[in-house]
Design a protein around this ligand. Structure first.
Ligand SMILES: [Zn+2]
Length: 136
């Protein structure tokens, strides 16, 4: 079910709690909300639909991917990016890394490790920031 976009800066500035298997429904809603905003939005974190759990969904080279409890465990090659956010007006400059290694859990709550680079890595960094209460 598509849910409304959370824009309250105080709610969005809170750190999200770990996600658990009972949050699978939240992940489904998050995917449906992302799909509804596919024009101009490439990723979302669960707090953007008002659920402060560590879940992100994003466009991984044309295919949606869901991560539970994602954590960046390695960063390489910093650069300055300019980003927008569905929860904020306009765009802002921010520091990102070209390549990241992410530890996360999949829909079966199996732990996975994966390296991402370029645009996908940038989206993941933006969404994990949301889980940590950080806005661009
Ligand atoms: Zn955002």
């Amino acid at each position: 079910m598509e849910r409304p976009i959370m824009k309250d800066p105080i709610f969005l500035a809170r750190k999200s709690a770990p996600a658990a298997p009972e949050d699978l429904r939240v992940a489904e809603d998050l995917l449906e909300t992302l799909a509804a905003h596919r024009d101009g939005c490439v990723g979302m974190a669960a707090n953007m639909i008002g659920v402060a759990k560590r879940i992100i969904v994003f466009d991984n080279e044309g295919k949606y991917m869901t991560m539970f409890n994602p954590e960046i465990i390695r960063y390489a090659e910093p650069y300055e990016a300019e980003e927008g956010c569905l929860s904020l007006p306009g765009t802002r400059k921010t520091k990102r890394y070209r390549t990241i290694k992410v530890q996360y859990q999949n829909e079966r709550f199996q732990t996975r490790l994966q390296t991402f680079s370029g645009w996908t890595a940038q989206i993941i960094q933006h969404e994990i920031d949301h889980c940590n209460g950080i806005l661009i």
